[in-house]
Design a protein. Structure first.
Length: 160
């Protein structure tokens, strides 16, 4: 593996750990409940932790695994962009935003039990901002940047 790629992948690994730590801090310490899309937007960071660690452990299939990490960050970019669109009113909330909150075949007892529990967080409600930007907006930019960085990593594997 190229030293440059190793440095870049280590940086992405550390950044993923930091991003998840911040997300959990905001959720559990500051008390801002995430919506379903916010939870989905964590998937690329979790996947990068696992997959980049795998690159270092097995020392094989680096380019393929890096490609899978790239796909996860592209997925994260799309989901985050969609989330920003919901926040800004460009898109309507999808079934993902109220996933698990409604079921057409609920009994009245189940409905009452669900009403007693916390209501799901709407994807259009921004409960936390950083420098005036929603976390979905920040994640869109970061995911696009990480996708670009992963493209560079993949291209570096082709060089000798």
């Amino acid at each position: 593996m190229l030293n440059n790629n190793k440095y870049i992948l280590n940086s992405i690994l550390a950044f993923s750990i930091l991003s998840l730590a911040i997300a959990y801090f905001i959720q559990y310490i500051l008390g801002h409940e995430p919506c379903n899309l916010c939870l989905i937007e964590r998937i690329p960071y979790i996947a990068s932790l696992i997959l980049i660690s795998l690159i270092f452990v097995i020392n094989k299939f680096e380019k393929v695994i890096a490609g899978i990490v790239l796909i996860f960050f592209i997925f994260g970019s799309v989901v985050s962009f969609y989330h920003v669109g919901i926040e800004q009113g460009f898109f309507s909330e999808s079934f993902v935003c109220d996933l698990g909150s409604s079921n057409g075949n609920m009994s009245k007892e189940d409905l009452l039990k669900q009403l007693q529990n916390k209501t799901p967080i709407s994807c259009k409600d921004v409960t936390f901002r950083f420098f005036g930007l929603s976390l979905a907006t920040i994640n869109t930019v970061i995911s696009i940047l990480l996708s670009g960085i992963m493209i560079i990593v993949i291209k570096n594997y082709g060089k000798n």
